[in-house]
Design a protein around this ligand. Structure first.
Ligand SMILES: [Zn+2]
Length: 176
């Protein structure tokens, strides 16, 4: 099973000087902010889908969310970050597209965050669900990679979270 990244490891990365959650708030709360997703996302060299939860480096000016592992920019490393081709999707098959069920799952994760004392994460996920499935996928990837707690603390099964990510991101277009 994939271990959840610790917040200590996350905060050790240089690009994490800003708080990604507060950046997300700025983005979600603004009426007109440069779209970090999907246009600003890094893309996978293998399947050419956007890498969920990422934006291209150098977008700090836009106050967009920080890039997970942005310093790892080799093709192999980008592929590893891809939901479809990397560790998140390993051993999982996409289920038939069911956007209402995917939204319901995302909202259930938000409820779990609320119950676990993580209201900011809950609000971010709900706002992303309002934006649509692309934003939901990016937000859930951010939750998976950046959730500042252990899975047990909020009762989210990381395998279930990975499965929803695979279900959503497999529907994304491949854009070479
Ligand atoms: Zn890929």
């Amino acid at each position: 099973m994939t271990a959840w990244p610790s917040s200590a490891a996350a905060s050790a990365e240089p690009e994490m000087a800003g708080n990604p959650l507060s950046s997300l708030w700025l983005w979600l709360g603004a009426t007109r902010v440069p779209e970090p997703w999907p246009e600003g996302a890094l893309s996978c060299p293998t399947c050419h889908r956007a890498i969920a939860g990422s934006i291209r480096p150098g977008n700090r000016r836009t106050r967009s969310p920080s890039v997970p592992h942005s310093l790892r920019s080799s093709d192999a490393e980008l592929v590893e970050l891809c939901v479809v081709d990397g560790e998140i999707g390993r051993g999982l098959e996409p289920r038939p597209s069911d956007p209402p069920a995917e939204r319901a799952s995302a909202l259930a994760f938000a409820d779990a965050c609320d119950r676990g004392g993580e209201p900011d994460w809950a609000s971010m996920i709900r706002a992303a669900v309002e934006e649509g499935d692309v934003h939901t996928g990016h937000a859930l990837a951010l939750l998976y990679r950046r959730g500042p707690w252990s899975a047990d603390a909020v009762g989210i099964d990381p395998v279930e979270l990975r499965q929803i990510l695979v279900d959503i991101v497999c529907q994304w277009p491949a854009e070479p």
